[in-house]
Structures are given as C-alpha cells and as structure tokens.
Design a protein around this ligand. Structure first.
Ligand code: NAP
Length: 430
C-alpha cells in the first residue's frame, strides 16, 4: 500500500471533531477506498485542553493554526475554523503556497475569495476541495463538477439553509408569527443566538455563489446576489400560499437569462406539486434544471456533525487518491466573469398582500396603481368584511417587470388606506 496521507486538522468543533471521529472509527474502510491510510499528524484549535469527541492526546497540538501549513509531516490541511477572513483565510493561503492540499467547509471564505484561492491552488499544483461547504452531506459539489458535466444547465435552485426551512415549516404547522418561531428555534438549537446570517439570507447567498460557479463556470460573485430574508413573512402569507397551491420557501436561485446570470436569494412561492415544496424542517435540497435531460433533484441533511464530516472525509479520500482537478471544474483562468442580470430586466409573477382599511374605493385605488405600471392580476382573494378595520387583499400577478411592481407598491404603500408596507413574494415557476 502507498504511504499514508498526512492531515493537519485546524478546528476541532462540530465539524472538525466529527472528521477526527470518522477518520478514527472508519480507518480501515477509508484506507481501502483511498488506497492508503489517512492519518491525522497535527491538530489546532483555540483550547488545547478541551475534551474532544475522540482522544487526540497523542497528536501534536499547534497553538498557532498557521504552523500546520509549515509542518513537513502534513500533506493536506483541513480548515474547519470558519470565517471569511482572519485565521481561516491566512491558513488556506499559506497552505496552498506551501504546496499542501486544502479541504475546507468554509462557504463564507470561498464565496468571497474562491476565485483567487482556486488560482493559487493551481499555481502550486495542489487540490482545493469544498464538498462540505454547500448543503453539508449532499454531494452536490461532486455532482455539479463531475456527474452532470455534459449537461448545459439552465438553472439551479435550492433550499440551502436549514434554519430558515425549519422556521418556515414551523410557521406553517403552528401558525405562530416569525419572532415566536425564531425564539423556539433558538431554544431548540436550530438557530444561532445571532441568527442574522441565516434569516437575512447571507448564508444561503454564500452557498448559492458556489453553486452558480459550479453550474455555469463563472467566478464566485457574492456581490452579484440579490438578497431578501424571511423576517417579513407573516403566518397569513403562508396560509394564503396554501390556498393558491404553493408553499413559501427561502430559495437560492441561479439561472441563465438572455441578459446574464441571475443570482437571487429570497422567499419564493413554490408550487406545492414540486419536490422542492416537500422539503421539510431543517433538510436542504438542490434542483438542477438540465432541459430535456433533467430535472435532477438532491435532498439531504445540510448541516450537523455527521453529514458535514462525511463530506469532508469524502474530499480527503479524493485527495488521497490523487483525484484533484480544478476547484470549480475548470481552470481558474477559464472561469468567466458573470454578467449580472439587471433588476430592471427581471420578469416574474408575484404574490402581493395588502393590509387595507375596509372602505369603499380601496380596491380600485390598488388596481389603478398596478395598471399604471402595466401589472395585470391573475387571481385575487379578499376575505371577510370589517367596515373601517384592516383586512387583507391578496393577489397573484401575471409576469411583470420587477421594477414596475416595486414602483406600483411604493405608490400603493403611500395611500392613507393601506395600513402596512405591502408584501411581495415572487412566484417560482413549476
Ligand atoms: N456546523 C455545521 O453543521 C457546518 C455545516 C457546513 C459547513 N460548516 C462550516 O464548517 C466550519 C466549522 O464549523 P463548526 O460548526 O465546526 O464550528 P465550531 O463548532 O465553532 O468549531 C470551530 C473550531 O475552530 C477552532 N478555532 C477557533 N478559532 C481558532 C483559531 N484562531 N485557531 C485555531 N482554531 C480555532 C475552535 O477551537 P475550540 O474548540 O478550542 O474553541 C473550534 O474547534 C465553518 O466554516 C462552517 O461554516 C459547518
């Protein structure tokens, strides 16, 4: 058998601890797959004395993670510290420059610096692998980079954040408002104490940026993602969605349009008849649209120790077998600069909800503002009567220009008879 491949493991938390455990518990089976042993030869974390899920007392501990990149007994650095900058970025750069392969689960780092890091890996003839960075245990990186290689993909869309999907699923089941369900999710450990990155859509944007690059051969373009989070979704929207035959999901969508590559993260109305609508609780999923050959659909656990560690170890096995290849499936110099789709050009049908005072003429006023912007209505629900009190008017539009709908909503929102900012959610095509 070949010499062992020697791993320097930075980060021994949820994922790093899981990787150490899988490498320990499944050592024999992994060495069969890899054709050689995979051995941890050095580790780093903040606290050397903390108990870990496996005993690492016999493994040299580096107080400074950067030292892993300098060690002669390390062939591959596994970066599981996290963060877009700081020690994670410094370690990955130093490891690649030092001709050490890198495996990471760090979507924030790659979404921001992935193009430059891929180029650095190529320049130094080493691998940069990140299966665990998108949807934890779902092998979507390998599928897009290798399995679906000969398809001309037109769109990828995904439920990429388990926290948001858990919250939306719970809101539907309990009819409780967003803030209450978020508090419960935090209590159960499904949401962070500071949930901004999840509920604001930032985490989904990181993963979408990488999916876009893999699917369309473009350099990661985080700033090209348009973001809307889930915090303004009301139980009423979820209930109305059900009446129209839809479910609300936070989607990351990347698609090819005549004007460029569109990258959107927003709550969307997903037809109840499609597999994405059935993705419940903290599960993740990705649908890849390959024209006549597709659609392809992947679903699984997007986070957690076991699934994420399994994805990291799969990358390690690839590195051990010498299956390297460019990080995003084509040489970094061949990654094109994405031509961003402009908001003006974007067309979609929309779900609109207005809270209005139940007084004569309010419906006519809304219709007039929409008509002024050439936005036509496909269906509408107006429930109950409460003269002088707020009631909901809900409608679904035909396809319209995004900016035209925004202009109409601005005019409608300024009316004294409209009691809160209108809600606008795009309809996702079946
Ligand atoms: N958790 C998931 O389910 C999941 C899923 C997909 C991707 N990821 C990604 O995986 C990465 C790790 O996430 P995680 O959940 O495992 O994080 P975590 O549980 O917070 O673990 C972070 C680890 O990094 C160590 N660390 C922090 N600062 C350090 C420094 N300056 N030098 C050396 N070590 C340092 C910590 O040491 P101590 O233990 O001593 O404090 C800890 O062991 C992140 O990029 C994350 O986005 C996580």
């Amino acid at each position: 058998m070949n010499d062992p491949i020697r791993v320097g493991l930075a980060g021994l938390g949820t994922v790093g601890g899981g990787v150490a455990k899988v490498l320990h518990d499944q050592a024999r089976a992994l060495s069969w797959r890899a054709g050689r042993d995979i051995r941890i030869t050095a580790v780093s974390a903040r606290d050397a004395r903390k108990d870990r899920v496996v005993d690492l007392a016999h493994v040299p501990f580096e107080a400074d993670a950067l030292a892993l990149a300098e060690r002669d007994d390390v062939d591959v650095v596994v970066e599981l510290v996290g963060g877009e900058e700081g020690i994670a970025r410094a370690l990955v750069e130093r490891a690649l420059r030092g001709r050490k392969h890198v495996v990471t689960a760090n979507k924030a780092l790659l979404a921001r610096h992935g193009g430059a890091l891929a180029a650095l890996a190529e320049r130094h003839g080493v691998g940069l692998k990140f299966e665990a960075a998108i949807c934890g245990g779902i092998p979507i990186v390998k599928a897009l980079r290798e399995g679906l290689i000969s398809y001309d993909l037109s769109a990828v869309r995904g439920i990429l954040n388990g926290t948001c999907n858990f919250i939306l699923t719970q809101m539907e089941a309990t009819r409780q408002p967003f803030a209450e369900v978020l508090a419960e999710a935090q209590r159960l450990g499904y949401a962070e104490a500071d949930p901004t990155l999840d509920i604001g859509g930032g985490d989904t944007a990181h993963k979408l940026t990488l999916l876009t690059s893999l699917a369309f051969g473009t350099a990661p373009d985080l700033d090209g993602v348009r973001l809307t989070g889930i915090d303004r979704i009301a139980p009423a929207d979820i209930a109305f969605a059900g009446e129209f035959g839809y479910r609300i999901k936070l989607l990351g969508v990347a698609r090819r349009t005549p004007n460029g590559i569109e990258q959107l993260v927003n709550p969307a109305m997903v037809p109840a008849s499609t597999p994405l609508a059935d993705v419940e609780s903290s599960f993740n999923a990705v649908a890849a649209d390959a024209g006549e050959a597709g659609p392809f659909f992947f679903q699984g656990r997007g986070a957690g120790r076991g699934p994420t560690a399994s994805a990291v170890v799969a990358d390690l096995v690839d590195v051990a077998r010498g299956a390297l290849g460019p990080a995003f499936g084509r040489p970094a110099a061949e990654l094109s600069t994405p031509r961003r789709e402009s908001a003006e050009a974007r067309m979609s049908a929309y779900y609109l909800r207005f809270q209005v005072l139940d007084v004569p003429g309010v419906m006519a006023e809304i219709s007039r503002h929409l008509a002024n912007e050439l936005v036509s209505i496909e269906s509408m629900i107006q429930r109950g009567r409460a003269p002088g009190e707020p009631v909901a008017i809900v409608m679904i539009t035909h396809e319209a220009q995004h900016v035209a709908v925004l202009r109409a909503l601005q005019a409608i929102g300024a009316s004294g008879r409209v009691v809160e900012q209108p809600c606008m959610i795009p309809m996702e095509a079946a």
